[in-house]
Write a protein that binds this ligand. Structure first.
Ligand code: SAH
Ligand code: SF4
Ligand code: F3S
Length: 456
C-alpha cells in the first residue's frame, strides 16, 4: 500500500544555482526528483530542511563564492539545530565534482557532495546521509537520464532541455572535461519525449543544451546517428513549441546542416552563440581550440549566407598566458569584423589541474588583463548598442517569459534573443505578441504592445 499524501511529511528545499544553463537545468531536475519525497521549494534558506548549492568551477571567483555561501549556511544550520530542526546541506555541480573530498575536509557543515552525473541518485543519498557524510563523484552518465523522472513541470514558457553533456575538447584553460566527463548525446526518442512533456506543461520555447551542443550525435529513430539539425527539425514538428534555440556551440563542430536548419526551419531562432575566445591564431593554438580566427569568421559568414538576419554572440578570454598586445589587438580586429548582438568576456583565471595553469612563465599581469578587458568591452558594448538600435521603431514578436522587477511590466525576448521590457498584463506570460520597440540600450530594449484601436 502506498503512502497517502497527507502522511508524507512536507519539507522545504532551497536550491542556489551558479554557472551555465546546464546547471539551471540540473537544478530543475533535482527539484523534480525531490518533489515525490515531499520537498517543496523555498526562497529562504532559513526555512529549508535541505539546501542544495549547485556550483560552478569555471573561474576562481565562482568557486570562492561557494565557500562563502557555505559559511553563511553553517550559521543558519546551527541556529536551526538550536530550535531542534535538522538541515541537510548538499554541494552539487562542478565544484563538487572537482573538489569533493576537499569540501568535506574544509566545510564540516556539509553532509552531502555529489557531481553533475550523480544527482539522479539523490533519494538514496539522502537516506544514507542521515547517518554519515557522503561524497559521490561518479562520472558515468549513461544511466542518469534513464532514471530521472520524465516530467519537469518546473519551468516557465521558455524551458531548457539537456541533449548533450560533457566535453572531449580539452581546451587548455577549461575545467569542464574534468567536471562533466566525456561527451555523451541522449537518444533522439528520449529527447523528443521530454520535449513533448515540456510542451504539454506550457513550454512555448525550448533551448537545447549541451557543453558542445552542435556535436550532438544521438541515436535516431531510424537507428542512424542524428546531428543537431535533424533533431531540431523533429522538435519543430511539435505544435505547441513555437521557438527553438540551442547553446553552446564549438566552432570545430559547426556543420552546414545546421546553417540549412536556420534557413529552412522558421521555429529555429536567428541567433548563434559561437565562442571564439581569442582572435589570435597563436593564442588559439595555445588554447588547443583547433580552429583559427579565419575559419571562425568563415563559419559565421556561412550562417549569414543562409540566414542573413542571424544575430551572433561569443565568449572571450583576455590575458591567456603568453597573450601579447599584438595578440589582443587581433581579438579586437576579429570582433570588428563581426558586429555582435551579445557576448561574454572574461579575464583568464588559472584553474588547478588544467594545462594552461602550468604555463607559469607566460602569465599576464592583472592590471594588463583588466585594461584589455575594459578595451574589449568598450568595443563590444558599441556593437551591442548598434545591433539593438537597429530594431528601434520596428515591430518584433516577443515571447513574454516573466514579470519584470518593475510592477506592471513583463519581460520577454525577440527572435534575436534581445531582452525587452513591456508594460503588459500578467496573463500575457507565455504569449508571443508584436511589440513596438521604442528604446535600446546595449543590454536591453523597451517597447509597447501594439493594441487595436478601441472605440470611445
Ligand atoms: N562549452 C562552452 C562554454 C564553456 S564555459 C564552449 O566551449 O564554448 C563558458 C566560457 O567560460 C568559455 O567559453 C570561456 O570563455 C570561459 N572560461 C572557461 N574557462 C575559463 C578560464 N579558466 N578563465 C576565464 N574564462 C574561462
Ligand atoms: Fe571547455 Fe573547451 Fe570543452 Fe568548451 S570546448 S567546455 S571551453 S574544454
Ligand atoms: Fe560552470 Fe560546470 Fe557549467 S564549471 S560553466 S557549471 S559546466
Amino acid at each position: 500500500m502506498g503512502i497517502a499524501m497527507s502522511e508524507l511529511k512536507q519539507k522545504k528545499l532551497y536550491i542556489k544555482t551558479w554557472g551555465c544553463q546546464m546547471n539551471v537545468y540540473d537544478s530543475r531536475r533535482m527539484s523534480d526528483i525531490l518533489s515525490p519525497l515531499g520537498y517543496t521549494a523555498t526562497e529562504t534558506p532559513e526555512d529549508a530542511d535541505m539546501v542544495i548549492l549547485n556550483t560552478c568551477h569555471i573561474r576562481e571567483k565562482a568557486t570562492d563564492k561557494v565557500f562563502s555561501e557555505i559559511g553563511r549556511l553553517r550559521d543558519i544550520k546551527e541556529d536551526r539545530a538550536a530550535e531542534g530542526k535538522k538541515t541537510l546541506i548538499a554541494v552539487a555541480g562542478c565544484v563538487a565534482q572537482a573538489e569533493g573530498e576537499f569540501i568535506m575536509e574544509r566545510a564540516k557543515a556539509v553532509d552531502l557532495v555529489f557531481g553533475p552525473q550523480a544527482y539522479h541518485e539523490l533519494p538514496e543519498m539522502i537516506v544514507k546521509a542521515t547517518g554519515q557524510r557522503i561524497v559521490n563523484t561518479d562520472l558515468g552518465v549513461d544511466t542518469k537520464f534513464d532514471t530521472l523522472p520524465q516530467e519537469s513541470l518546473n519551468h516557465g514558457p521558455a524551458a531548457f532541455l539537456s541533449v548533450q553533456e560533457g566535453c572531449d575538447k580539452f581546451c587548455t584553460f577549461c575545467v569542464v572535461p574534468y567536471t562533466r566527463g566525456a561527451e555523451y548525446s541522449r537518444p533522439v526518442e528520449q529527447v523528443l519525449n521530454e520535449a513533448k512533456k515540456l510542451a504539454a506543461s506550457g513550454a512555448i520555447e525550448i533551448t537545447l543544451l549541451g557543453q558542445n551542443v552542435n556535436a550532438y550525435h544521438g541515436e535516431g529513430k531510424d537507428g542512424k546517428t542524428w546531428g543537431l539539425g535533424r533533431l531540431i527539425e523533429e522538435i519543430a514538428k511539435i505544435d505547441e513549441i513555437k521557438r527553438i534555440r540551442y547553446t553552446t556551440s564549438h566552432p570545430v563542430d559547426m556543420e552546414e546542416e545546421l546553417a540549412y536548419a536556420h534557413r529552412d526551419i522558421p521555429k529555429l531562432m536567428p541567433y548563434l552563440h559561437l565562442p571564439v575566445q581569442s582572435g589570435s591564431n597563436k593564442v588559439l593554438k595555445a588554447m588547443n581550440r583547433k580552429h583559427t580566427a579565419e575559419s571562425y569568421l568563415e563559419t559565421l559568414s556561412q550562417f549569414k549566407k543562409h540566414r542573413p538576419d542571424i544575430a551572433f554572440s561569443s565568449d572571450f578570454i583576455v590575458g591567456f598566458p603568453g597573450e601579447t598586445e599584438e595578440d589582443f589587438e587581433a581579438t579586437l580586429a576579429c570582433v570588428k569584423q563581426v558586429g555582435y548582438q551579445s557576448a561574454y568576456s572574461f579575464k583568464y583565471s588559472a584553474r588547478p589541474g588544467t594545462p594552461a595553469a602550468a604555463m607559469q612563465a607566460a602569465i599576464v599581469r592583472e592590471e594588463i588583463k583588466q585594461e584589455r578587458l575594459e578595451r574589449l568591452q568598450a568595443v563590444l558594448n558599441e556593437q551591442f548598442l548598434a545591433f539593438n538600435q537597429r530594431v528601434v521603431n520596428t515591430l518584433q514578436p516577443v515571447l513574454f517569459e516573466r514579470k519584470s522587477d518593475k510592477s506592471g511590466q513583463l519581460q520577454g525576448r525577440t527572435p534575436y534573443n534581445q531582452l525587452v521590457s513591456v508594460p503588459a498584463n500578467d496573463r500575457l506570460i507565455g504569449q508571443i505578441m508584436d511589440v513596438k520597440i521604442n528604446h535600446a540600450s546595449p543590454t536591453a530594449l523597451r517597447g509597447t504592445l501594439e493594441l487595436l484601436e478601441v472605440a470611445e
